[in-house]
Design a protein around this ligand. Structure first.
Ligand SMILES: CC(=O)SCCNC(=O)CCNC(=O)[C@H](O)C(C)(C)COP(=O)(O)OP(=O)(O)OC[C@H]1O[C@@H](n2cnc3c(N)ncnc32)[C@H](O)[C@@H]1OP(=O)(O)O
Ligand SMILES: O=C([O-])CC(=O)C(=O)O
Length: 377
């Protein structure tokens, strides 16, 4: 017997078993490989986080050194991959399109790698793709990755050409750890679907970039920052937000498929971000953002009383990344630089499960057409 239950958007459908992360949407809690996000985000390096996801335990000191060295040695792209990224930047592609093209080329010269090795190659090379794109777009030559810097530190170095401060590295690591994995979100589901066909990890990560790009998923933080600057200009958060809501627009950085309360990652990112604004004497901008958050949640309750809509991860992502100095146009791609850790771990888990993902559709088209020859239509 077949079950004809239709779940548009697959809402509440359990499509995989995973040990990687658990999202409790009612309580507003996120557990990543056994750790509350608050604990992991603030303490781990990104290398420790990906080790944890790939191995289901924390590394000891030797294992961590070995992973750091291995990732660092994989950072540089093949010349042909740099060409792809350069062509994308010179053609005016946005960062997510460039990342998709670069991701697809990330294992050039290494196509024979095992799934575990391909996972490391993808994680190691995503920052190089994004930084090479950015430098080219800014009219500067891409910088070679530095093996002596951490994953996060090297990404910042490749973007700016300067060695980042410890605070910037810690801020970025907190961000990368916070957003590395989040249940069966759209891009992760995409990666798992691709892996379920016994395809490869780099293909899975490349498809996932395409899913992350959309404004309902990873594309929101750029528009959040634009909104905050526009509100700073007008000086009237309530009037601005009312106008948006009255015209039926969605407020970026709010609402979530699973959370019915404030996304726990908002608190983690907000406290990491606040330090940068205070240190830079820009506390007023941070305070404005907090006022916008409060006003937006009040107005969302007024305009959408039937649906609890609260702050999601993207609101404070925009503030933290801006505070660290990541360019606005790279926010979504920097999300990809983190989430590739989750995508690769899910791909490995799905390869292990070895079950083709293939739901059904409910056919709502015509059922009784007869063919009309071309000259009679
Ligand atoms: C990392 C991430 O992916 S986090 C999400 C990042 N995306 C954003 O911030 C974009 C803004 N938010 C949204 O578009 C949505 O809240 C989503 C896509 C994240 C989740 O949406 P869904 O679970 O599909 O909720 P759904 O679309 O059913 O929304 C329910 C109702 O709330 C409204 N709503 C949801 N989010 C918002 C919002 N941010 N602003 C205004 N209204 C909203 C919808 O318009 C809908 O109203 P309706 O029933 O009157 O049509
Ligand atoms: O879980 C989701 O649907 C979206 C999200 O917050 C994420 O991918 O981090």
């Amino acid at each position: 017997m077949t079950d004809d239950t239709f779940a548009p958007g697959l809402e509440n459908v359990i499509a995989a078993e995973t040990r990687l992360s658990h999202v409790d949407g009612e309580a507003g809690e996120l557990v990543i490989s056994g750790f509350p996000v608050e604990e992991l985000a603030a303490n781990a390096t990104y290398e420790e986080t990906v080790f944890l996801l790939w191995n289901d335990r924390l590394p000891d000191a030797d294992e961590l050194d070995a992973l750091r060295d291995d990732l660092a040695a994989r950072r540089d792209l093949a010349d042909e991959a740099y060409e792809v990224v350069r062509a994308a930047a010179e053609d005016g592609a946005d960062a997510m399109d460039a990342l998709r093209m670069g991701a697809a080329s990330a294992n050039l010269g290494r196509e024979d790698e095992s799934p575990e090795e391909a996972a490391r190659t993808a994680v190691a090379r995503f920052p190089t793709v994004v930084a090479a794109y950015w430098r080219t777009r800014e009219g500067e030559a891409p910088l070679s990755p530095r093996e002596d810097l951490s994953h996060a530190g090297n990404y910042l170095y490749m973007l700016t050409g300067e060695e980042p401060s410890d605070a910037e590295v810690r801020g970025l690591e907190t961000y990368l750890n916070t957003v590395v994995d989040h249940g069966l979100n759209a891009s992760t589901f995409t990666a798992r679907t691709i892996a379920s066909t016994r395809s490869d990890v780099v293909s899975a990560a490349t498809g996932a970039v395409g899913a992350l790009k959309g404004p309902l998923h990873g594309g929101a933080p750029g528009p959040v920052l634009d909104m905050l600057f526009e509100i700073e200009e007008t000086g009237d958060p309530e009037a601005y937000l009312r106008e948006r809501l009255a015209s039926g627009e969605r407020i970026m950085g709010f609402g979530h498929r699973v959370y019915r309360v404030r996304d726990p990652r908002a608190a983690v990112l907000s406290s990491a971000a606040e330090r940068f604004y205070e240190a830079d004497g820009d506390g007023e901008f941070f305070a404005l953002a907090a006022e916008v958050e409060e006003t937006a949640t009040d107005l969302l309750a007024e305009y959408k009383p039937d649906r609890p809509l609260d702050t999601n991860v993207e609101f404070y992502t925009s503030l933290l990344l801006h505070g660290i100095g990541i360019p606005r146009d790279l926010f979504a791609a920097t999300f990809g630089v983190s989430r590739v850790g989750g995508w690769t771990a899910h791909s490995l888990e799905q390869l292990e499960a070895d079950r083709l993902i293939r739901p059904r559709g409910r056919y709502v088209g015509d059922a009784d057409r007869t063919w009309t020859p071309l000259d009679e239509r």
